[in-house]
Design a protein around this ligand. Structure first.
Ligand code: 5GP
Length: 251
């Protein structure tokens, strides 16, 4: 028995569908098996990816909530559905980097694998058509996307998420290289962590493996055609499940 019924599709993204429900303060998110990379130029369907990402995200949200991070998460239902609070999404992709990788190394003379201490915070304007361009402080001010107080809150939340994630993944021998989060404002004005946190949105390296390709446990396996994408996501889930309670079922 569920305590809600599904309403119309509100939004379909690359990895998720978001549905209204019969309750104004509740939306349902379905995690899809589709994988995309390079601004959706590369696409595939990977059976089981949605289910793994839904489970990992649920456990991560609960872990972070227990450490004082406010999220949109309310619970899971079935294998690939998550119930969340509706938010007004901030059109900024917030990336935190602990180790240099990916676009940072393509854009700056920093060798892949270089530790970044303190972690680097990069903000991007969330717009696929524009290729999610990097934001500067001046560009942020020009676009007036957020106030300076909200920007401060976003930075603090991103760093709190980074601390929580490093603690979680570190405890299961996964190095958190970098990650992207999305944030939103709830109806009561609270800034909440939204979207998902999964191997689609984080770089994770297996500390038990030294080979630089074999240790990749995230979407870079798909981006770089390394194979074993769903298997790697499954291993991340297995390890995280080992240190987290079962996710709460939404009722
Ligand atoms: P990069 O800047 O190297 O492309 O990405 C940095 C981190 O943020 C990586 O963990 C990457 O997976 C994540 N990330 C950045 N942009 C996106 C995006 O548009 N979608 C997803 N799923 N992850 C992203």
């Amino acid at each position: 028995m569920t305590a809600y019924s599904l309403g119309p599709l509100l939004y379909e993204g690359k990895a998720k569908r978001v549905y209204a429900t019969d309750q104004p303060d509740l939306v349902a998110v379905e995690f899809k098996d589709e994988a995309t990379a390079f601004n959706a130029e590369k696409r595939a369907s990977l059976a089981g990816k949605g289910e793994r990402n839904c489970r990992i995200s649920a456990l991560v949200f609960e872990w972070l909530e227990a450490r004082g991070v406010s999220t949109h998460y309310l619970g899971v239902e079935g294998d690939r559905w998550m119930l969340v609070r509706p938010v007004k999404v901030v059109p900024i992709e917030v990336v935190v980097r602990n180790v240099a990788a990916g676009s940072l190394c393509r854009q700056l003379p920093i060798a892949p694998g270089t530790p970044l201490d303190p972690p680097l915070l990069d903000l991007y304007y969330k717009d696929d058509a524009l290729g999610d361009p990097l934001l500067t402080e001046a560009r942020l001010e020009r676009l007036q996307l957020v106030s300076s107080g909200q920007l401060q809150a976003i930075s603090e939340l991103a760093m709190a998420v980074n601390r929580g994630l490093r603690e979680l993944f570190g405890s299961v021998d996964l190095e958190l290289v970098d990650f992207k989060i999305e944030l939103g404002f709830a109806a009561d004005g609270r800034l909440l962590l939204a979207d998902e946190i999964s191997p689609d949105t984080c770089r994770l390296w297996d500390r038990r493996i030294s080979d630089q390709s074999d240790r990749i446990m995230d979407k870079d396996r798909f981006r770089q055609d390394l194979g074993g994408v769903v298997e790697a996501y499954g291993e991340v889930l297995k390890r995280v499940q080992g240190v987290c309670p079962q996710p709460r079922v939404y009722r």
